[in-house]
Design a protein around this ligand. Structure first.
Ligand SMILES: Nc1ncnc2c1ncn2[C@@H]1O[C@H](COP(=O)(O)OP(=O)(O)OP(=O)(O)O)[C@@H](O)[C@H]1O
Length: 256
């Protein structure tokens, strides 16, 4: 097993708001990491720092042992499927894939042929000539997945990747993740759908208010917390027990 990613004492503030507070973890090849936390906990900020989209942070990020601050070459080893993709809506899928291929130095015909095969797996091969602004939410997300994986990255960051994707393609996607793991790829999976995270992940990283409060295998974490599901662990460690009261409050307001 090779160490592919390490964060050492990473902290980040926006103005006087401390969003990440001394984050430390490392990840090995072939691991599927479920990165979870409440809204605003700091998940996307962590991922953006690793991707080099935010570079004014404290501490260090290492990818394959090299410090990445200020560097770009390492980005070829990383794939990113964002939660909301900034696609160029007026392009066709083919033009978009061509553009992504160009960014990674993949020849146009090879990029389009590879994408067509991957899109076919998700049942959207017919969309290649369509303009992205005409796509459904799920079609956009499938194209985003294909685009993020086109360059055969070693580490894949998936931020809520299943949004809008139909149940059959979700099944295929979960299999793909397992098979990529078996090929030694590392998957960093961030999602609020905890049933999926629980099933997919080898290891859970739970960030709360900018601090990693859980780091361990799903079994270890459940044993330690004496809980039976990731959802109840999440509720417990984030100190949330008010769902019934809050639902009553909402319904009361609704009925008034
Ligand atoms: N560019 C920015 N400027 C100011 N504050 C920011 C910026 N980006 C993020 N934040 C703040 O940092 C905190 C963490 O945000 P982040 O997007 O990392 O959370 P998250 O865990 O990904 O949340 P979610 O689950 O809702 O996607 C939030 O309070 C957010 O308002």
């Amino acid at each position: 097993m090779t160490e592919v990613l390490r964060l050492e004492h990473v902290s980040k503030s926006f103005g006087n708001k401390e969003v990440l507070k001394d984050i430390n973890f490392h990840v090995n090849s072939g691991e599927i990491i479920g990165y979870i936390g409440s809204n605003g906990a700091g998940k996307s900020t962590t991922i953006k720092i690793i991707l080099g989209l935010i570079d004014d942070y404290e501490g260090d990020v290492y990818v394959f042992g090299d410090k990445v601050k200020g560097k770009t070459e390492y980005k070829r080893k990383i794939g990113y499927v964002p939660e909301v993709s900034d696609m160029y809506d007026n392009l066709t899928a083919k033009e978009y894939i061509d553009f992504i291929g160009m960014l990674y130095g993949i020849n146009s015909n090879a990029a389009v042929a590879k994408a067509a095969e991957m899109m076919g797996v998700f049942g959207i091969q017919g969309a290649m000539e369509g303009r992205i602004h005409t796509f459904s939410k799920g079609m956009r997300q499938k194209l985003s997945i294909v685009a993020g994986m086109l360059h055969n990255p070693d580490i894949l960051f998936l931020d809520e990747p299943l949004g809008g994707i139909d149940a059959n393609s979700v099944l295929v996607f979960k299999e793909i993740i397992q098979k990529l793991k078996n090929k030694g790829k590392t998957i960093f999976y961030s999602s609020h759908i905890l049933e999926v995270v629980e099933k997919l992940s080898d290891r859970i990283l739970l960030i709360n208010d900018g601090t990693i409060i859980i780091d361990g295998s799903v079994e270890e974490v459940m044993k330690k917390q004496s809980d039976t599901s990731l959802e109840s662990i999440f509720n417990d460690v984030t100190g949330f027990h008010d769902h019934e009261m809050l639902a009553d409050k909402f319904v009361d307001a609704f009925m008034n």
